[in-house]
Design a protein. Structure first.
Length: 310
């Protein structure tokens, strides 16, 4: 049985990918890693990650193109904020019998592949507290009022930036069938904050994979992992969650721009610069907004809230 890790990347996220790979390789020198190209602008990052970390590019690029084309034909060009995120679904058909998928805006603090040991008794793993926020950014209330899912089922929603499963558990036809189901019912999903693939992936999980396990529900619970959580205690190499008295397994900057001044910047910067053979990251601090810009942003926010209400 072959285990491995998939990431999705292009040249634009080079610094994030380097930080992620530095963290993975610090704890695990051997697990194979495959990069799924986010778009056609991936050759520079592919060369860098192959040279320094042994990362290879997903072989069946024809399938990735077919997947992207079918997605566009099903939903059109305006449905998703970032439709290329769906390319991560190539994980089901790659070289690994069991796999982890990890977003590039993550750093890990352990031999992360060992979490696949949970697949001995389940078919799908996630590891986050997304469900505690309710169904926001995944589903609309209609999935409950129309009995699409039960209250118990929606407690299994997860963040699409970190998950693991088994090869061919979902078929290519399953993907296309799910696309068609979801396109027929856009009212089931919450895209109000420009989430992209996450609602559809969660729908597929709940409909197609009954044996699933969220690692935060293990005995003794598990630490949080979202960089928007302000209670973590951070050192350069490790971050600690005092609520469960455990070190984090990984830290995820989901929805947060990684730049000087962002939450846990020192931790990200530490991992980004672990490899002295690579040039330092050149990420400028955010430009401070004028009072007029702040006021205009508030007006736009109020307009968006009014649109949601109607």
């Amino acid at each position: 049985m072959i285990r491995g890790i998939y990431i999705i990347a292009n040249d634009r996220v080079t610094d994030q990918a380097i930080a992620l790979l530095n963290s993975i390789r610090l704890y695990d020198a051997d697990t194979p890693i495959v990069m799924i190209p986010y778009d056609e602008n991936y050759h520079n990052i592919a060369e860098t990650l192959n040279k320094y970390y042994g990362v290879t590019v997903y072989e069946d690029l024809e399938f990735i193109q077919r997947l992207s084309q079918n997605l566009h034909e099903t939903f059109g060009g305006q449905f998703f904020a970032r439709p290329n995120q769906f390319r991560k679904q190539a994980c089901w058909f790659g070289p690994f019998d069991e796999f982890l998928y990890i977003d590039t805006d993550i750093v890990v603090f352990e031999k992360i592949i060992d979490n696949l040991n949970y697949l001995a008794t389940t078919d799908f793993i996630s590891c986050d507290y997304q469900h505690l926020g309710g169904i926001k950014n995944v589903f609309s209330p209609q999935v409950l009022t129309e009995n699409v899912f039960t209250e118990a089922e929606v407690k299994d929603i997860f963040n699409g930036g970190f998950w693991g499963s088994k090869k061919n558990l979902v078929s290519e036809n399953d993907l296309y069938a799910i696309f068609a189901e979801c396109a027929a019912h856009p009212e089931y999903f919450d895209f109000s904050e420009k989430t992209s693939d996450q609602p559809i992936i969660n729908y597929m999980l709940l409909k197609r994979i009954p044996r699933r396990f969220n690692i935060v529900n293990r005995e003794g619970k598990a630490p949080g992992n979202w960089a928007g959580s302000g209670h973590f205690q951070a050192e350069a190499q490790m971050v600690f969650d005092p609520k469960v008295n455990q070190p984090l397994q990984y830290l995820h900057w989901a929805g947060i721009r990684i730049q000087p001044g962002c939450p846990y910047w020192d931790t990200w910067e530490y991992y980004r610069h672990l490899n002295p053979a690579l040039p330092v990251a050149n990420i400028p601090a955010p430009v401070e907004k004028s009072q007029m810009q702040v006021a205009w942003d508030e007006v736009k926010h109020q307009i968006r809230q009014l649109k949601k209400a109607f």
